[in-house]
Design a binder for this molecule. Structure first.
Ligand SMILES: [Zn+2]
Length: 130
């Protein structure tokens, strides 16, 4: 059986709860309603063109991956499709040493790190015991 080369590629499918078969969605290939979906299953063809049903189909059908004609109604309801990407976080600064010892904070800051922190703790201990 020869395959018509235009509008026979299903762009989406869904399980039809009424006839129990796989309903397929196709797109109108030309004319005023280019891009509109229509649905076929054992129940017959559903060619409703109301915005409500068209948008519902767009949202609920399982897309087959076939290239779709941009649907005239798609985007009118969809919110921004791209989720905002989290901005890359700035690397955190070296945590400020909370001990205010008699030392020189600037140099201590520059030497921050485990050794610095340990030294700082030592300095605090010394400060506490004197
Ligand atoms: Zn059906």
């Amino acid at each position: 059986m020869p395959r018509a080369k235009d509008n026979r590629k299903a762009v989406g499918t869904e399980h039809c709860g009424e006839c129990g078969t796989l309903a397929r969605f196709y797109q109108v290939q030309k004319g005023n309603r280019t891009g509109y979906l229509y649905r076929r299953c054992e129940c017959g063809a559903d060619q409703r063109t109301g915005a409500a049903v068209q948008v519902k189909w767009l949202e609920t059908m399982q897309r087959t991956g076939e290239t779709m004609i941009p649907h005239p109604l798609e985007g009118s309801r969809e919110p921004a499709p791209e989720p905002a990407k989290p901005a890359p976080e700035e690397p955190e600064n070296t945590p400020e040493p909370r001990a205010k010892s008699e030392g020189n904070p600037k140099t201590e800051n520059k030497r921050a790190g485990l050794i610095g922190l340990a030294a700082m703790a030592g300095a605090v201990a010394v400060a506490l015991f004197t």
